[in-house]
Design a protein around this ligand. Sequence first.
Ligand code: QAP
Ligand code: CO
Length: 168
Amino acid sequence: MAVLDILEFPDPRLRTVAKAVTSVTEAHRKLIDDMLETMYAAPGIGLAATQVNVHERLLVIDVSEQHNEPRVFINPEVEVLDPQLGEYDEGCLSVPGFYESVSRPQRIRVTSLDREGESNTQELEGLLAICLQHEIDHLDGKLFVDYLSPLKRNRIRKKLEKDQRRRA
Ligand code: QAP
Ligand code: CO
């Protein structure tokens, strides 16, 4: 297993639209394990393949307190069950140090493949539903900062660019 490098906003590679996984292979299972290790090391509750510069429709989530309920979603397809929006203070491993309120549907149904390539349909709510939508946005090249005002987004971009220059 390995901790992978995470791309940071405003890296243009985060804007890539990921391609569907055609069949789940041993290489995907290794990527999943590395992504879980990377997420737990951060620590974070969700990580999309896009964030580690792999442009396939695959993401991992663990919202449990003990960090012992890893979930994998491959080729996720979401249906909104309740159009009622809920606000949540979101963060992102690709936007370190910033948390802002974002509104999303509260209840969703998701159909996806698991690490064995089996199809599953689940109804999700709460933080899990929010996190899944945040991670699917990554697969579509979107970030939570896209929901903020241009003023807030530019402030975040400038601060992160400065941090990145300092580290380079
Ligand atoms: C997405 O984000 C998420 O700024 C997952 O300095 C988060 O795991 C969806 C993290 C909240 C919904 C609600 C962020 C770690 C982790 C940071 C994360 C940081 C260190 C973010
Ligand atoms: Co994120």
